[in-house]
Design a protein around this ligand. Structure first.
Ligand code: C2E
Ligand code: MG
Ligand code: MG
Ligand code: MG
Length: 285
């Protein structure tokens, strides 16, 4: 129901917008308590090399709401970003991943580097790097255990500042990847000026492999460009053997997707890493 009219007579509020706005508001309120109510948890998705060996795992956040059930990060992360809660949530993820690494090590696992998604708003906080380095030190986790995934949005503000922050992280031993590569609006020139180690080719490009010559050419161009800048490429959302074979032929370095593994819970991940002791396997999410 339109509550007000705009200048040119257009409704400013539609029922659909109302629903969306109130769901956002509801989610914002519920998210505020999600950490203290222990409703957030992490799942892990293997990233493999050309031989199919696990070399890294992406850490993905899940929200189990007591009434609404499992809520997707694609839905609640943007809400958390809008309200500023993302910083608190992001810090929780970083602390929790440290605890997971320590638990897995205690079970005798050789833990691969863990890639954590960091929102632009979080990364752009003052002292982000110093705070993270202190956290790792306090938790006794080697910086080499951590990789950060940033989208191009994180690079849109002050490139000089961002570059300095990345240098601090890299010097400490933390590597940085650009996530969802190809979907952002930033210029390509930043790629050569930043201390990055990987590009993650967005799943949208991977899913179009084989659909047209143009789609294939784009994938080829991105991989070739990354390699000429000495950046490794991770293909995201690899679901079919055809996609894998095509990417293999282009010398794509790493693969992630349902063809290899869905995101899995900690116990299943531990089992996959060959833990000496593990309890009940958790359900995958
Ligand atoms: P992302 O970082 O690009 O993560 C990859 C997404 O693709 C994940 O969705 C993953 O489950 C999904 N995926 C992996 N393989 C396949 C596949 O073969 N097919 C398809 N269709 N999907 C696949 P998820 O877990 O729902 O996360 C969605 C997005 O939410 C992530 O995209 C990331 O941007 C954000 N996110 C997740 N966890 C966190 C977090 O801890 N912090 C922040 N800031 N963002 C997060
Ligand atoms: Mg990611
Ligand atoms: Mg991605
Ligand atoms: Mg994505």
């Amino acid at each position: 129901e339109a509550k007000e009219s705009g200048r040119d007579g257009c409704a400013l509020y539609s029922p659909e917008l109302d629903d969306k706005a109130s769901r956002n508001l509801w989610m914002q309120n519920e998210l505020r308590h999600a950490i203290s109510r222990a409703e957030l948890f992490l799942v892990f998705q293997p990233i493999v090399d050309a031989r199919g060996e696990l070399v890294c795992a992406e850490v993905l956040l899940r929200w189990q709401h007591p009434e609404k059930g499992l809520i997707s990060p694609a839905e609640f992360i943007p809400v958390a970003e809008g309200s500023g809660l993302i910083v608190e949530i992001g810090q929780w993820v970083l602390l929790e991943v440290c605890r997971v690494i320590k638990r897995l090590e205690a079970q005798g696992c050789e833990v691969p580097p863990m890639a954590v998604n960091i929102s632009a708003r979080h990364f752009n906080q003052q002292e982000f790097a110093e705070r993270l380095i202190a956290l790792l030190k306090g938790q006794q986790v080697m910086p080499q255990q951590l990789e950060l995934e940033l989208t191009e949005y994180a690079l849109l503000t002050n490139l000089k500042l961002i570059s300095e922050r990345m240098q601090i992280l890299r010097q400490a031993g933390i590597s940085i990847a650009i996530d969802d590569f190809g979907t952002g609006y930033s210029s390509l020139s930043y790629l050569q000026s930043l201390p990055l180690s990987r590009l993650k080719l967005d799943a949208a490009f991977v899913s179009r492999i084989g659909s047209s010559d143009a789609a294939d050419a784009i994938v080829r161009a991105i991989i070739d460009m990354a390699h000429s800048l000495r950046l490794a490429v991770v293909a995201e959302g690899v679901e079919t053997q055809l996609q894998r074979d095509f990417l293999d032929e282009l010398q794509c370095d790493f693969f992630q997707g349902y063809l290899f593994s869905k995101p899995i819970g900690e116990a299943e991940f531990a089992a996959r890493l060959g833990a000496e002791t593990f309890t009940q396997p958790q359900a995958s999410a």
